[in-house]
Design a protein around this ligand. Structure first.
Ligand code: UDP
Ligand code: MN
Length: 532
């Protein structure tokens, strides 16, 4: 039922409830109000920390906070002046959960109802993915019926554990609003979060939109603004990454404008309900968790849609460091789901995924024929088109480079090696025994612009005699990042200092040094190319 078709008294009641909350919100007092942190002490602190291992966040702190707590309006002041159209489409907010703890789950529902204008909030669908916590059964149903007797919250239960991807599909089947909004079950909607979403989808029916995701601390439940915002990227191992807004996007845009993003984080998104089905919903061959966010991102762009973040819509999410639920069969669902994404959407670029995941090469990731057919039916563009047009900054390790492969020391069994350094951070480069291309730790690109590079890290050094060479984030573009490989001499010379990369006196596992060039064999390196 559309809101205009709702019996007048129901809409009237919803409006009254909404107005009453709005009028009270700023006056509320108590632990955690305004999104402030809750700090526990003594035994409670110990209990909270202990339970953190099971729940993945501090349930004791969460229980101290009202389910209807206020949060700060963290939006930029420019958002507050926007006047949204009056005739926005209606929204079905779908919250999926499997064994989520009571307070964060209900705080999500309350925050959505308290902060969404009733004329646009068509329904909230609570999709229980076969939870077995006792309180999520009758107790939850009773709570929902008592708290929202107008039926705005609909409860649907999956008949078996379906995983978050299939749970979202089931939620969407149950929805009847114009727009569907998916949320994780530990979110808090911010001030006027819904209007920018609906207004933008109304203008651009084929746009998938995401609010800016603010952080709710997993220990103190503090709601804090992420401040400026980033867009989404991905690594070739198929993990989502945040990245700076590229310069090309910064030109000609107002702060409040939607910003296009190559990928999304996954938990919070909205799109036209019919468009969701037209563009292929989700891949129902994906289990439990992982990979679906890149799949819907690639698919949306490649099949004629857009993906955009909305700076004026903010929703908090508890980022937790582990999953409070089981992975049936102990499967690496992120890996297997990602293999499906690579096979269906990434064309030949799937080689870069398998380079990181040799182990998945001949694994059974299930039948993908329906997704391959979908891609054909929708006449989607190639992954190369996506890279060129949507994510031109993405570095392709083995394309358009001078060399890609292993950097071997001449007259030695040592090779340049990350020594298992974390590619998300920065680390000193070392040497290690030759691994015959089986270890990604020994793979480097020498780019046309003279960087010795891995996915996001480029070799840098102060250039002082005996200084270390450090894998440093490429976007810093420091003067020390240019290296010339003299193919005849074998030297790797830092252009800034004119010094050479040297392995003299080093054993496997040691950090490599920069020294004055001396023509000696400890400064000779050769690339052994590896084809992916
Ligand atoms: N979820 C689910 N079924 C599952 C796994 C997860 O319904 O088998 C729900 C979970 O309760 C949460 C959402 O999917 O609401 C996303 O999961 P999670 O928050 O653990 O992912 P993260 O935010 O850590 O990526
Ligand atoms: Mn989550």
């Amino acid at each position: 039922m559309r809101s205009e078709e709702l019996p007048t008294h129901v809409l009237f009641m919803r409006k009254k409830r909404f107005d009453a909350y709005q009028a009270r919100e700023l006056l509320r007092t108590g632990p955690g109000e305004k999104g402030l942190p809750v700090h526990l002490e003594g035994e409670e602190k110990l209990l909270g920390e202990k339970l953190m291992q099971k729940e993945a966040f501090n349930i004791v702190a969460s229980e101290k906070i009202s389910l209807e707590r206020s949060v700060k309006d963290v939006r930029d002041h420019r958002c507050k002046d926007i006047i949204y159209p009056k005739n926005l489409p209606s929204a079905s907010v779908i919250i999926i959960y499997h064994n989520e703890a009571w307070t964060p789950l209900l705080r999500t529902v309350h925050s959505v109802i308290n902060r969404s204008p009733p004329e646009y909030l068509h329904e909230v669908i609570l999709l229980d993915d076969f939870s077995d916590r006792p309180e999520l059964g009758d107790k939850l149903r009773t709570y929902v019926e008592k708290t929202w007797p107008d039926g705005i919250v609909k409860m649907v239960r999956a008949q078996q554990r379906s995983g978050l991807i299939r749970a979202r599909i089931e939620g969407a089947k149950a929805a009847t609003g114009d727009v569907i909004v998916f949320l994780d079950s530990h979110c808090e909607a911010g001030t006027q979060w819904l209007e920018p979403i609906l207004a933008h989808i109304q203008e651009n029916r084929k746009t998938v939109v995401c609010p800016i995701i603010d952080a709710i601390n997993d220990n103190t439940l503090e709601y804090s603004s992420v401040g400026g915002y980033n867009v989404g990227g991905f690594s070739w191992s198929m993990h989502f990454t945040w990245r700076d807004v590229p310069e090309r996007e910064k030109v000609h845009r107002k702060y409040t404008d939607p910003i296009s993003s190559p990928t999304m984080a996954g938990g919070l998104l909205a799109l036209d309900r019919k468009f969701f089905w037209e563009i292929g919903a989700y891949d129902d061959g994906m289990d439990v968790w992982g990979g679906e966010n890149l799949e819907i991102s690639f698919r949306t762009w490649m099949c004629g849609g857009r993906l955009e973040f909305l700076p004026c819509s903010r929703v908090g999410h508890i980022f937790r460091s582990s999953h409070p639920y089981t992975f049936p069969g102990g499967k690496d669902t992120h890996g297997l789901n990602s293999a499906r994404v690579a096979e269906v959407w990434m064309d030949d670029y799937k080689r870069l995924f398998y380079m990181h995941r040799h182990d998945l090469k001949n694994k059974d990731f299930g039948d993908i024929s329906a997704r391959v057919d979908l891609r054909k039916k929708l006449q989607c563009k190639s992954f190369k088109w996506y890279l060129d047009n949507v994510y031109p900054e993405k570095f392709v390790l083995d394309e358009g480079v001078q060399a890609y492969g292993i950097v071997k020391a001449v007259d030695s069994s040592l090779c340049l090696d990350t020594l298992s350094g974390n590619d998300k951070m920065e680390y000193d480069l070392g040497v290690y025994y030759y691994q015959r291309g089986t270890s990604t730790n020994q793979l480097f690109s020498l780019t046309q612009t003279h960087e010795l590079r891995r996915e996001n890290l480029c070799l840098d050094s102060s250039g002082d005699d005996g200084s270390v060479a450090r894998m440093t984030l490429c976007f810093k573009k420091t003067p020390g990042m240019k290296w010339k490989h003299d193919v005849d001499q074998g030297t790797l010379i830092q252009e800034k200092s004119g010094k050479c990369l040297d392995r003299a006196d080093l054993s496997s596992g040691d950090i490599v040094k920069v020294k004055p060039c001396n023509g000696g064999s400890s400064q000779k390196w050769m690339f052994e190319s590896v084809s992916l």
